[in-house]
Design a protein around this ligand. Structure first.
Ligand code: KG4
Ligand code: ZN
Length: 356
């Protein structure tokens, strides 16, 4: 029998992405168009702008993915598309486009949960058995859960306010890092990672948030506010205007990256201890999978590596281009669902379909 292949489409935030992946996990074709450059200019994502850009680009992105795969759409087994969570206006573009394809080519439709796709990406790259612990850290999310199966997750904790990516982006913006020549076209998190090695991580000291909370939740807003306050004081000291580049920007970046890493490690450590106590994971060499845009940060990965080494666990991390949003993870999630026959919708009424 021929290998099944899935076309995956992702438009949940600010990347328009598509890919064709087969059952063996081979990426047959892919395309991605990032809107980061545009959104850096407005200091954040304006949903209507993101929607418009998705509309302008989705056709060529999907076309490129399909053409580069060499597999005509007629031969695709199913179309998988992110339907939640994300920006409603952005999600709508991918959904409408996909449902039109589903109708034109009479294909099964597989609605995809964006976070499930991030969590399963590792299984496209290597054999990882369920259950495993997963930490998803991106611009939109921050959660810890036990993956028991393709669509079976036990949520252990999440951020009570903003995500680490959001906090990194906000501090980067407050530091005006995008005016720094080497950081003009990268995300806030990447700008902080780029500058951090030039700075002193002990420059701003702060205790880890939620140390008294006996759960696995996170909080980044208080920390980020504390940094806003410190930056303001430094600007006053240096006698510079808000928005001008601080002479100690690298020190602030290093300190913030360190603090974010420390908080992530502390909460993940709690989750691991809980899993051990409740026997939720294999007793030896259980896996911690880390993904999402922030997981591409080397400093944060190293901090988590030290943690897993000390807990007899393996740290598994997709490469950076598969940690950030992409179409491959959506197509792969479609393959995973085809394999177990769950959530594959036949004969979707494209006029009536509503994500649940
Ligand atoms: O997964 P992603 O591409 O989109 C969401 O689903 O949110 O994550 C984007 C986030 C942004 O906040 C960005 O600043 C952050 O991931 N990020 C990083 C790095 N690369 C991207 N944060 C820290 N270090 C990085 N190298
Ligand atoms: Zn994402």
């Amino acid at each position: 029998r021929c290998q099944r292949v899935v076309l995956g489409i992702e438009t949940s935030c600010d990347d328009t992405a598509a890919a064709v992946v087969d059952e063996s996990g081979t990426i047959r074709g892919q395309a991605l168009l990032s809107q980061t450059q545009v959104h850096l200019k407005t200091g954040g994502i304006v949903p209507t702008v993101a929607q418009q850009l998705h509309k302008e680009n989705i056709h060529s992105v999907v076309n490129e993915a399909v053409l580069s795969s060499g597999i005509p759409l007629q031969e695709v087994s199913a179309i998988a598309t992110t339907v939640m969570p994300g920006l409603a206006l952005s999600l709508g573009v991918g959904l409408t486009y996909s449902l039109n394809l589903v109708k034109s080519y009479n294909k099964p439709f597989i609605p995809i949960h964006h976070m499930e796709a991030h969590a399963l990406t590792i299984r496209l790259l290597q054999q990882v058995e369920f259950p495993f612990l997963v930490l998803l850290i991106s611009g939109g999310h921050c959660l810890l859960s036990v993956a028991n199966g393709v669509s079976d997750f036990l949520l252990l904790g999440q951020s009570l306010d903003e995500s680490p990516g959001e906090a990194l982006d906000k501090v980067a913006r407050r530091l005006s890092l995008s005016t720094h020549a080497d950081c003009s076209s990268v995300s806030g998190g990447q700008a902080i990672e780029y500058l951090a090695p030039f700075g002193d991580k002990e420059f701003i000291k702060s205790s880890a948030p939620m140390a008294q909370h006996k759960d696995c939740n996170f909080s980044f807003a208080g920390l980020r506010n504390h940094y806003y306050y410190c930056i303001q004081q430094l600007e006053d000291q240096e006698g510079i205007q808000k928005g001008a580049l601080l002479s100690c920007a690298a020190d602030v970046a290093a300190s913030f990256q360190h603090t974010v890493a420390h908080h992530l490690v502390k909460r993940t450590q709690r989750a691991i201890l809980f899993c051990k106590q409740e026997r939720l994971l294999p007793s030896s060499k259980a896996s911690l999978v880390v993904s999402g845009g922030v997981a591409s940060n080397e400093y944060i990965r190293k901090a988590l590596q030290t943690l897993t080494d000390s807990m007899d666990m393996s740290l598994l991390c997709p490469p950076p281009e598969l940690c950030t949003d992409n179409g491959i993870m959506i197509a792969w999630n479609g393959i995973e669902r085809l394999r177990i026959g769950a959530g594959v919708l036949e004969n979707v009424d494209h006029m009536r379909y509503e994500p649940r």
